[in-house]
Design a protein around this ligand. Structure first.
Ligand SMILES: [Zn+2]
Length: 324
């Protein structure tokens, strides 16, 4: 009995400790949300005929934050910028990118949502292209030695043809080291490459031969990839239901989305539409269009949040059923 008694006490103590722990308010899966309006200040991002990507992204980001704050007053929302500056008022794009990631990490963010606009083609709106619109056969006399003969040739008629910048739709990017999921398209520079090209960025991506960076990449893949994918899918679903063109969820591992791999949390980058497309630019500038985009992202966020909360509640119930 003397030998058993201390063991019994410690068992009893751990039982009380566990019960007390279970009664505490559990940590909610999403307490801090980081909203990152792309570009800003000296970096306008892509340019439309009427507005820059930096400004449209900021307007939509602020509206999104307002809607989320109204629905979830307890949620902490942190913006990487709220005015037309580079985040942190940094002097360079790279320094601002680092600031975005550091702010997210140091604030203990549970989710990172970057808002951007896409762009494609030679010019926003459209451009003129010289095209052949007809040909007229002509003959000319050619001399070859002592002989002369007639040769047919064509005179071409050209016209400047207006080419509309037609690329449109929405897509959501997430960071992936390899081809983690066959359902997602990998984007390469040669294949349908649009949008985020931080060509000025000299920031490097994690080097897998460095053990510390390799460990960080592994953590990202194991803990954050699925969640990012889940939210990205939900967002594209909402856009599709609203009648937008769904260009899909795309995984990338190039510098254009450097910030996604630098944030130690699930993180996605939403391309809300093509600013280079006249029709989509108008939509993204209109209050109705912005409201719809915000509603779509909000609905997806709500579903994502609820799913995470029900998962963690289920895990707590499981733990409560078998405390020892
Ligand atoms: Zn952008």
């Amino acid at each position: 009995m003397r030998k058993l008694f201390p063991a019994f006490i410690s068992l009893l103590a751990s039982f009380f400790f566990l019960s007390a722990g279970a009664q505490d308010t559990p940590r909610k899966p999403i307490q801090t949300l980081i909203i990152d309006p792309g570009h800003g200040g000296i970096d306008p991002g892509a340019t439309g005929t009427l507005q820059t990507e930096a400004n449209v992204s900021l307007q939509v980001s602020l509206k999104l934050g307002d809607v989320i704050a109204q629905a979830y007053p307890d949620l902490k929302i942190i913006y990487t910028r709220t005015t037309d500056i580079l985040p942190g008022n940094k002097p360079t794009i790279d320094a601002a990118l680092k600031y975005r990631a550091n702010l997210a990490n140091e604030s203990g963010g549970d989710l990172f949502i970057a808002i951007h606009c896409n762009s494609a083609g030679k010019r926003p709106g459209g451009w003129y292209e010289r095209r052949v619109v007809g040909k007229t056969p002509k003959t000319k006399t050619v001399k070859k030695g002592k002989k002369t003969y007639k040769k047919t040739y064509y005179e071409y008629q050209y016209e400047n043809v207006w080419v509309e910048n037609k690329a449109k739709g929405t897509e959501t990017y997430l960071w992936a080291i390899g081809k983690n999921d066959s359902k997602i398209n990998s984007v390469s520079k040669n294949n349908d490459y649009t949008g985020e090209i931080d060509s000025t960025s000299t920031l490097s991506l994690p080097d897998p031969s460095d053990p510390t960076e390799k460990a960080r990449m592994l953590i990202y893949t194991q803990n954050y990839f699925r969640k990012s994918l889940n939210l990205a899918d939900l967002i594209q679903e909402e856009f599709k239901d609203a009648g937008r063109i769904d260009r899909g969820v795309k995984q990338r591992n190039d510098k254009g989305i450097w910030v996604l791999q630098a944030t130690g949390m699930p993180s996605i980058l939403v391309e809300i539409g093509f600013i280079s497309n006249k029709e989509e630019q108008e939509y993204m500038l209109s209050p109705e269009g912005q409201d719809e985009i915000v509603r779509n992202i909000f609905s997806a966020f709500k579903k994502y949040k609820e799913k995470l909360e029900s998962k963690s509640a289920a895990a707590r119930e499981d733990a409560a059923k078998k405390p020892f």
